[in-house]
Design a protein around this ligand. Structure first.
Ligand SMILES: Cc1cc2nc3c(=O)[nH]c(=O)nc-3n(C[C@H](O)[C@H](O)[C@H](O)COP(=O)(O)OP(=O)(O)OC[C@H]3O[C@@H](n4cnc5c(N)ncnc54)[C@H](O)[C@@H]3O)c2cc1C
Length: 384
């Protein structure tokens, strides 16, 4: 029997675990995942998944997840942050090809990915610090050699930094706060509410049918307040309420009902880097983007799927991976950056223009499909 090809994955987030899933039934490969934390879970993190990611995840039986553990979104209701006044309603059934949009607890997705991993995959809770040739070096001074290495260690990727030896992180002077609310009494569990304010926005959505909801509150802030070490710092409700002083009563009520609130610094990468030689980089580590198009997780799934398809075909060329992924990532990055500006605009005249375009795009089937179809109706079967 031929010797198996060994693949070391650094990082057990959505990108790393998805990649392991897409390849674990292929007996050609022997996979080992290194996750630095002793858990794969994260604090208070709801996540939105659009059609492009759901279609890919369905190839590994994502549709078997109990409908109770997810929330199927039918409408995105865009409203004013201060007054609650409706700006427009984006009914997702306007999109062609029965696009699906779901929200869920990130841990539900992580558990699904972990449950499917089989004997071809080994898991080790060790922190990687660098890669030399084909060897991963760890914090505990050990090292392990692989035929190929897949780096999926997130937006602050130490491994990418050690390979490139340059600072690829770019602050966008914004900070996010996330929280989960349990047993909320909101009746409509098919709506995602997006509130747009001056230099801030707020998103609120159901994550299952048990009455649990997630919110994300994002503020433009001065550089001096930002510090990436603040990731996952717990914030008290009163501090978030005082930052949200001009919010409408719905938003204030949501913040007041939160269990715990966690802080997320918002960064993006200056450029895309998918790796070199036998080292492939996927997910946020390759192309950290601002979460304003809610595509970070979806693009991690797409990267993982595309790379797994290449590996299945025994194509181990970084150039090919670039060819399939870079223009799509650049397009989604540009959309996310546009939203960063559009969501936070405070000039009254510019707000009117923004609202006008939002109404036109969200209510016109043709325009809507042209604009969002490019992201959501991605023909993943043509990926390779
Ligand atoms: C406020 C906010 C809201 C968001 N909302 C959405 C949303 O609604 N929809 C969406 O699609 N995306 C959203 N995102 C983005 C999404 O969370 C990320 O794009 C996605 O999680 C990236 O997955 P990843 O696997 O690349 O990285 P991560 O999820 O960051 O996983 C990296 C993993 O690697 C591990 N690790 C790190 N360094 C090492 C090391 N040296 N050795 C070993 N292990 C290591 C980490 O512990 C972690 O488990 C949001 C992001 C933010 C900040």
């Amino acid at each position: 029997m031929n010797k198996k090809i060994s693949v070391g994955i650094i990082g057990g987030g959505i990108a790393g675990l998805s990649f392991a899933n897409f390849l674990c039934n292929n007996n050609l490969f022997k996979i080992k995942i290194f996750e630095k934390k002793n858990t794969f879970r994260q604090n208070a993190s709801g996540i939105q998944l659009s059609n492009n990611a759901i279609k890919i995840l369905k190839t590994i039986n994502f549709n078997n997840i109990s409908e109770k553990k997810i929330s199927i979104i039918k409408n995105i209701h865009i409203q004013d942050y201060k007054s609650n006044k409706s700006i427009t309603n984006f009914s997702l059934n306007i999109l062609n090809n029965s696009s699906e949009y779901i929200c869920l607890d990130r841990d539900v997705l992580i558990n699904f990915l972990l449950d499917r991993i089989n004997v071809n995959v080994e898991i080790s809770h060790k922190e990687a610090i660098s890669i030399k040739d084909n060897s991963i070096n760890f914090l505990d001074n050990s090292n392990e050699i692989f035929d190929y290495i897949v780096v999926a260690d997130g937006i602050f990727s130490k491994i990418r930094k050690s390979l490139q030896n340059l600072d690829f992180l770019q602050s966008v002077n914004a900070i996010g706060f996330k929280g989960i609310i349990q047993n909320h009494k909101k009746l409509n569990i098919e709506n995602l509410d997006l509130y747009l304010g001056d230099q801030k926005h707020f998103i609120f959505y159901p994550i299952n049918s048990y009455g649990d909801f997630s919110f994300t509150s994002i503020f433009a802030l001065q550089n001096s307040i930002l510090n990436k070490d603040y990731e996952n710092l717990v914030l008290d409700k009163d501090s978030l309420l005082s930052l949200s002083a001009d919010a409408n009563t719905d938003i204030k009520g949501i913040i007041t009902s939160a269990n715990s609130i966690y802080q997320w610094p918002i960064y993006k990468h200056k450029n895309i880097f998918f790796g070199e030689r036998k080292i492939f980089i996927i997910g946020d580590a390759a192309h950290g983007m601002v979460p304003f198009q809610a595509q970070g997780a979806a693009q991690s799934v797409e990267d993982a799927f595309c790379l797994a398809k290449l590996f299945e075909k025994r194509i181990y060329e970084i150039d090919k991976f670039y060819k399939f992924r870079s223009s799509r990532i650049s397009m989604i990055n540009a959309r996310s950056n546009l939203n960063l500006y559009a969501y936070h605009v405070s000039n009254l005249f510019l707000k009117k223009i923004r609202n006008f375009f939002m109404k036109i795009i969200c209510n016109n089937k043709l325009l809507c499909n042209l604009y969002f179809g490019k992201i959501y109706n991605y023909k993943f079967k043509d990926l390779i």
